[in-house]
Design a protein around this ligand. Structure first.
Ligand SMILES: N[C@@H](CCC(=O)N[C@@H](CS)C(=O)NCC(=O)O)C(=O)O
Length: 214
């Protein structure tokens, strides 16, 4: 049995849970982190010294953390040749987009916009900083848009491990209230993802409970 420690509102947990559902693996998810807490214990520290979610354990295997590394583990262990291309030459061009999301697009969205908009009371928002973040986001979104003009998914006509990593944050990207670049190909990619039951059920999760309250 696969166990996942992580709350359903965590984007990084969503990425892992989407992959589990997309592959069709049975698993148990336990509510840890955020309002649930439970990460501030010696037992959790032993599982993940970052005290963050998600953590995944497959049977009596090692405790794994870092969501993208977990997705790659699941894909390599259980995915077919579409989900996890065996050839490094076929896999690496997908993986570079996954890495880019984790290191460029994702931080620009999460740190620059998501938390300043959702995690901060309107009266306390730093509006010039939010405007600057919107400006930084635009060329990144346009770059992603140009990529999605080439194929339906990152790996071609069907989803692969890379989409789990590149697609998860698009729910927040397209539902947050901010000034977005015009990106028809990216929007079409997101709309395609929304049609997938595993994405609709496990990634399109309301973040209202994360909103800052007086
Ligand atoms: N790089 C890590 C980041 C993990 C992370 O930041 N997790 C957030 C939730 S998305 C977290 O644990 N926040 C504290 C909490 O939920 O208690 C990953 O991709 O797994």
């Amino acid at each position: 049995m696969i166990t996942v420690w992580g709350r359903a509102t965590s984007g990084n947990t969503q990425m892992v849970v989407w992959a589990l559902n997309e592959i069709g693996l049975p698993y148990e998810r336990l509510d840890f982190g955020g309002a649930f807490g439970r990460t501030d214990t010696p037992e959790y520290f032993a599982m993940n010294p970052n005290r963050l979610v998600p953590v995944l354990r497959d049977g009596d295997g090692p405790f794994l953390w870092e969501s993208a590394a977990i997705v790659r583990y699941l894909a390599a262990s259980y995915g077919d040749g579409q989900f996890w291309p065996v050839s490094p030459a076929a896999r690496a061009p997908q993986d570079k987009w996954a890495e880019w999301i984790k290191t460029s697009f994702g931080p620009a969205l999460q740190t620059g916009l998501f938390w300043p908009l959702v995690g901060t009371l309107p009266s306390r928002r730093d509006l010039p900083a939010i405007e600057a973040a919107e400006k930084r986001m635009k060329p990144l979104a346009q770059m992603f848009d140009a990529r999605m003009a080439d194929s339906a998914y990152i790996g071609g006509d069907d989803v692969s491990f890379a989409d789990m990593i590149t697609g998860t944050l698009l729910y927040r990207y397209f539902t947050l209230d901010f000034d977005r670049a015009d990106t028809p190909n990216l929007r079409a990619y997101y709309d395609r993802l929304c049609q997938r039951p595993a994405y609709a059920g496990h990634v399109m999760v309301s973040y209202e409970s994360l909103r800052a309250k007086e």
